[in-house]
Design a binder for this molecule. Structure first.
Ligand code: FAD
Length: 561
């Protein structure tokens, strides 16, 4: 078949971290690359994210004094992943992650630090309680992007201040604990932002890029140097398969079908079906609400369906990167809750006013437990975060900022915040039995005063402690909740994207029903079935594998491995 409107070596579908890196590695290896993006903004959920990548055995971690062992990393992932995930996919990730990181640091402006962020199941065989497998991008100056920065997605409100001021992870604890110099640093950052004239007069975008913005922004800068085009508002519609090979794709350009032929292949990097309610209903009933997903609205599983239409096999479509989320009415996605649950002075209860989990566990564990609880008992969607005045004064709670009076928050935020002078009054506000909630608080407070949580063991694991208040003892995650007035805010079983998708092999090639590669078709990131199965081993296990498979796929397509 011919009559293409355009021909390229490699067509990349989607402009998240996986897509951008696949395009970049392809272009470096002298391929003619085109990236198409459905939305009017580029960067995908990757741009809105923390930008953390989980990389075992990196040079960066070694330089920080952490000597990793790839066999340990494999053992750790294998133990957590699903049985139906092939060993070779996990091994491919473990073996290629560090070379990928080295390549990115050598060929793009994005630089990383290894972070002492404990693995989420650090106590399992091969786990790392000291961390240093999670790597975070360092802030970069976004000015070289020129006008492209205007269409880079904003960081999530959960990963920025006031929804526009970008900050780095290490600045979080400074602000969180208002440690010495925090006001000065905040003023410096705000001034830098407001004095970015004349850009400030035409855009709200912070040109100091951090976290996911630094990652995707830096990759785009490197792509610009290679003159790789990125077409916005150009969704993939169909793939073209001739025999055992994908020879091209049909996209929509300016409202019309546009046929692109490929000499080497197509990389599908178009995310999961985060915002496709129908696909969720059919495949992932445990994570039913598209609205609560932290994924971007354009991630609707188009390329998973396009793959299926030409005979590609899928795996683990029932799975998602589960997470507890806050939801502010009117917003298009849920806000990931990471830190708050571990801080002393709050608990989570179900609609009967009872605790049912260790709040401080990783967001994935908590998200899964919430989803399962609700599926079984229909009483956890939403659950309630309960906290007292001391917590309200000291720490953020989702969209609620400490020190900032409630009336200065948006109408949407005010509409979800409930307040009572006593626990009983608060219970009435949230429709929970006052006696049950009161009994829950009394039991919790009695043990919390001793730094204990015999029911759910909050604050015992390395991961719990990391987000606890290190200044508070004996348990950084626990104190009695007894300084009224009391507050409640709903928290939902959500996710930060789905993670089942097209089944791929160790080279990121998409497989058909017979288990054979469809020549010229690759899938990476949430577009592919994750090598993690239904688990979440550590911070950065979604973008780390997305970038690693992108690196592997582009090298395979260009004959480098
Ligand atoms: P995306 O980055 O979502 O990119 C997919 C792109 O494809 C989108 O731009 C989309 O518009 C486009 N697209 C969709 N359909 C089409 C189509 N038909 N044609 C063309 N383009 C299409 N994970 C980590 O590993 N580390 C973290 O630190 C981290 N922090 C997070 C923080 C928050 C607040 C959230 C919400 C998530 C976080 N995650 C993190 C999860 C992570 O962001 C996602 O799992 C990951 O970015 C998915 O990458 P991707 O490349 O598969 O998809």
């Amino acid at each position: 078949m011919s009559n293409w409107d355009k021909e390229v070596d490699i067509l990349v579908v989607g402009s998240g971290a996986g897509g951008l890196l696949a395009g970049l590695v392809g272009a470096h290896n002298r391929a003619d690359v085109l990236i198409v993006e459905k939305a009017e903004l580029w960067g995908g959920t990757s741009a809105t994210s923390g930008g953390g990548i989980w990389i075992p055995g990196s040079d960066v971690a070694r330089a920080a004094g952490f000597e990793d062992n790839l066999d340990d990393a494999f053992t750790y992932l294998r133990g957590l992943s699903a049985d139906n995930v092939p060993d070779e996919n996990i091994r491919a990730y473990v073996d290629n992650a560090a070379p990928m990181l080295r390549w990115v640091m050598a060929n793009t402006p994005v630089q990383f630090m290894a972070f002492p962020y404990p693995d989420y199941h650090a106590e399992n065989p091969g786990g790392s309680p000291q961390g240093y497998r999670t790597h975070l991008p360092l802030p970069i100056n976004g000015k070289p992007l020129g006008n492209e920065i205007r269409s880079l997605r904003f960081a999530s409100p959960a990963a920025s201040l006031f929804g526009y001021l970008n900050w780095h992870f290490s600045e979080t604890s400074e602000l969180l604990y208002r440690s010495k110099g925090w006001i000065k640093n905040l003023v410096v950052n705000m001034s830098r932002y407001w004095l970015d004239l004349p850009f400030r007069l035409t855009s709200r975008k912070d040109r100091r890029l951090t976290l996911g913005n630094a990652l995707t922004g830096g990759l785009r800068m490197a792509l610009d140097k290679q003159d790789v085009p990125l077409w916005l508002k150009t969704p993939l519609i169909d793939l073209v398969r001739e025999g055992s090979r994908v020879t091209g794709a049909v996209v929509e350009k300016d409202g019309k079908p546009y046929r692109i032929g490929v000499r080497k292949g197509v990389v599908l990097a178009a995310g999961g079906f985060d915002k496709n309610q129908t696909m969720r209903n059919a495949n992932a009933p445990l994570y039913p609400t598209a609205q609560y997903s932290g994924g971007v609205t354009s991630n609707t599983g188009d390329s998973i369906r396009a793959g299926e239409a030409i005979g590609a096999r899928t795996l683990n479509l029932q799975s998602a990167w589960a997470a507890p989320v806050f939801y502010v009415p009117g917003e298009d996605r849920g806000r990931l809750c990471t830190i708050e649950r571990a801080l002393p002075g709050c608990i989570m209860v179900n609609q009967s006013g009872k605790r049912y989990l260790n709040e401080a566990a990783s967001y994935h564990i908590v998200g899964q437990q919430m989803a399962r609880r609700d599926a079984e008992h229909n009483d956890a969607n939403p659950s309630w975060m309960i906290f007292d005045q001391e917590y309200r004064h000291k720490f953020p709670m989702g969209p609620l900022y400490p020190l900032m009076p409630t009336f200065l928050h948006s109408k949407g935020v005010r509409s979800i915040l409930k307040k009572g002078r006593s626990i009983e009054e608060l219970a009435g506000q949230i429709g929970v039995d006052p006696a049950t909630l009161s009994a829950t608080m009394t039991r919790f407070n009695t043990h919390a005063a001793k730094g204990e949580d015999p029911e759910f063991h909050r604050g015992e694991a390395a991961y719990d402690k990391m987000y606890g208040d290190f200044r508070h003892g004996p348990n950084p995650c626990l104190r009695p909740i007894d300084k009224g007035p009391f507050y409640a805010i709903p928290i939902y079983p959500g996710d930060i994207g789905t993670n089942g998708g097209l089944l791929t092999n160790a080279k990121a090639q998409v497989l058909d029903d017979a288990g054979e590669p469809i020549v010229g078709l690759y899938a990476v990131g949430n577009n592919a079935a994750s090598a993690m199965g239904e688990s979440y081993p550590g911070a950065g296990v979604t973008i780390g594998p997305a970038m690693t498979s992108a690196y592997v796929a582009a090298r395979h397509m260009t004959g480098s491995n």
